[in-house]
Design a protein around this ligand. Structure first.
Ligand code: FAD
Length: 343
């Protein structure tokens, strides 16, 4: 279907040619409420940068693009307190803080999307997660036209998890995020590639630059190759299962979790299954970064779904581990269960 007025092609980083019934750009909360009141009887979806979604079909309802902007900065003796509206671009926000001499977000540079989406899956990279710097999240209850503020603890952050995927999903939007950044800066160089060049990373700006450099060399730019970053989460498995894998693959990358569990790199599993660079129809597994599924140009949703199924089944056959998508699947009527879609 062609839909020049309501195409979502430039609003999802997979670059899929999907249509919505209506697209609304919300620069204030009144527009959010009005649009919800007018169209909530049909599917209604709030979007940021579209960098964590896979549309399975045309969307039979209203897509609202979050354009709430504004940043304000306060401080205590020890900390910077930053309040940022949810529609601000995440990377621009990180850059803003570094330029203003407020360190702490440099490891999270160049992650696509908006500030408001960052708490939803507790974005993380290079040894830092949003939960480490988030003070609070402001949400709007669209049915009651009522705002509430959740503390960091109330957000129930976990690995790619938060309360915003559960209790506060339907009928709520994130309108702003509060950050607390310590004035006494402690670099986090725990992640391998940063550790390797530790001595040259003496300022927040140098870490920011290094993270951008590494990311640009490793990850496909969605402006050139459609993708949504890591397609699958890194599975967390029982330690005894990891021991079995270690016998066959002594170099397998495991990361200790809570007692009795370890995390294993999903990209490594896909690579070991021989799928790096694998191509079928108009979709593929990125040749440098196996965790990233790509649109080879003019892909249809079914090309990416078939690819994701194939990757998931192949990894299961070799390792008896089911990969779970990190990307959110959006059907005609709204979000659908990604695991069920691929089963
Ligand atoms: C190249 C690339 C690299 C990436 N690297 C990383 C990485 O290193 N670490 C990482 O964690 N992620 C990474 N991602 C994933 C993605 O950037 C993050 O998940 C990001 O936070 C998504 O933001 P978005 O605004 O694009 O969300 P969208 O895709 O627009 O939305 C995602 C979901 O959140 C909902 N949503 C969006 N905004 C709101 C709001 N204000 N209130 C309520 N619900 C909302 C949407 O309805 C949807 O269900 C990467 C993606 C790409 C393309």
């Amino acid at each position: 279907m062609t839909c020049p007025q309501t195409s979502l092609k430039t609003l999802n980083t997979f670059g899929l040619s999907i249509c919505a019934e209506r697209i609304v750009y919300a620069t204030n909360t009144e527009t959010l409420i009005e649009s919800w009141q007018a169209h909530k009887e049909k599917p209604w979806l709030l979007m940021g940068g579209g960098s964590n979604v896979l549309f399975l079909d045309d969307f039979e309802g209203t897509v609202v693009v979050n354009k709430l902007t504004g940043i304000s900065v306060d401080q205590t003796k020890d900390d910077w307190l930053i309040h940022c509206a949810a529609g601000e671009n995440w990377h621009d926000f990180v850059q803003f803080t570094i330029k203003k001499g407020m360190a702490g977000l440099e490891n999270l540079a160049l992650i696509p999307g908006t500030v408001g989406s960052a708490p939803i899956q507790n974005i993380g990279a290079y040894g830092v997660e949003l939960k480490d710097v988030c003070e609070y999240v402001d949400i709007l209850d669209l049915n009651r036209n009522h705002s509430l503020r959740l503390t960091n603890a109330e957000c129930l952050f976990g690995y790619r998890e938060s309360i915003f995927k559960h209790q506060y999903q339907q009928g709520y939007v994130i309108t702003a995020v509060g950050f607390r950044l310590a004035k006494e800066w402690q670099p986090n160089l725990s992640y391998g590639p940063l550790k390797a060049v530790e001595t040259s990373l003496t300022t927040p700006q140098s870490i920011f630059d290094k993270v951008c450099e590494i990311r640009r060399s490793k990850l496909p730019d969605p402006a050139k190759i459609g993708n949504a970053g890591s397609f699958f989460k890194n599975p967390i498995i029982p330690t005894q299962d990891a021991e079995v894998i270690k016998l066959r693959y002594p170099d397998a990358p495991f990361y200790p979790q809570s007692e009795g569990e370890v995390k294993i790199a999903a990209g490594w599993l896909i690579d070991q299954a021989g799928l790096k660079g694998y191509v079928a129809n108009r979709a593929g597994v990125h040749p440098q970064q196996a965790l990233v599924l790509i649109n080879l140009g003019h892909a249809q949703p079914e090309d990416l779904i078939s690819m994701a199924k194939y990757v998931r089944d192949t990894v299961y056959k070799q390792f008896a581990i089911w990969l779970e998508p990190e990307v959110r699947f959006i059907g005609r009527q709204g979000e659908v269960n990604a695991v069920e879609t691929l089963s």
